[in-house]
Design a protein around this ligand. Structure first.
Ligand code: SF4
Ligand code: SF4
Length: 88
């Protein structure tokens, strides 16, 4: 699908979020410490961009779409996610 940016950043058609790689303007990135993770899956459910990948009882981040909002780190009950500043 070809990208078309409209003045004001308004996107009128639906079903195209996969085209917009929101990870490109991230300032902080979540880093998961797997040794602290208890596999509760809360980060997976809370992520507003569906950027947490859940595979075989392990969580990982899809950095192409993670915008670095920090919700996953805030909600993690095990403090297993640290938000680290991106290196420029
Ligand atoms: S919220 Fe924290 S403990 Fe739960 S699955 Fe995610 S990283 Fe692991
Ligand atoms: S920082 Fe935000 S966008 Fe990135 S994985 Fe966590 S909740 Fe999702």
């Amino acid at each position: 699908m070809e990208r078309e940016y409209i003045r004001g950043g308004v996107i009128h058609n639906s079903g195209n979020s996969v085209v917009y790689k929101t990870g490109g303007w991230r300032v902080f990135k979540p880093i998961i410490d797997q040794s602290r993770c208890n596999s509760c899956k809360l980060c997976y459910w809370y992520c507003p961009d569906s950027s947490v990948i859940w595979e075989k009882d392990n969580v990982a981040i899809n950095y192409e779409y993670c915008k670095g909002c920090g919700i996953c780190a805030y909600e993690c009950p095990s403090d297993a996610i640290e938000m680290e500043r991106e290196k420029l």
